[in-house]
Design a protein around this ligand. Sequence first.
Ligand SMILES: [Zn+2]
Length: 288
Amino acid sequence: MPELPEVETVRMQLRHKIVGKTIDSVEVFHAKSVNHDETIEDTLRGKIIADIDRVGKLMIFSFADESDVFLLAHLKMTGQFFYVDTHGDAVGGGHSMSESSDRDFPHKHSRVAFHFTDHTSLYFNDMRLFGYTKLATGAEVALARSKFGPEPITPDFDCDWFWAKLKKRKTPIKAALLDQSFVAGLGNIYVDEALWRSKIRPTRQADKVTKSEATALCKAAGDVMNESIKVGGTTFQHFVDTGGQNGNFTDYLKVFGQQGKACSRCGETIKKIRCAGRGTHYCPGCQK
Ligand SMILES: [Zn+2]
């Protein structure tokens, strides 16, 4: 499943590719992927992409001179975006590309195509159909934004505020960090990694985290996300060159998926347990 760093990578790269382009037509190959909205093509034809924003893993496309029409896109489990230029070269990102080796677009997993007036196109592929690209009003966008807390990767993320909020939570710290309405953007992998870096055990009750630990956790959460976004940059490459290789953060993981291996910091064996309903990895030696 694409985690936030992959979504952020896709967003940043797509911005370079399609901002300023005018939509010429929209092809819908599967109605579910546009929320069964038959007006999508008529609504978007002629619109100029102004920007692509993001909140959590939700991408928000806005349009020039348009304050009440947006396109929301969520990759969910298997979504991908591919940009195809006038030579037919495709670059894309999102879900691991190894499962869709077909390089011609549209292919059987292509659900929607946005064609631009300069004869380039943006394809939304989604094997399992959980993702979507759908129209939204300004009010709907505001509502979607309101469901997400601040992100640790934003430079002005407030660690004092973060610690004060933790003080009021009696859930395991892991559960608190996964709550997107509290802090947005940290998925299961990144929570485990951030807790390992800050030496906090995932099962520790949130209100028992000290101020210095909370500060270390803030920094670790931001760092782990930013480092992953850097690596995630490799997901968005020339599809034909990489042969379907997807960039990922796997080589950098210290604790996630490392159960049974020695901790690189203290040598203790990494454990896997269940916490907050999720597979959870930690080192019993150095995470307190
Ligand atoms: Zn350790």
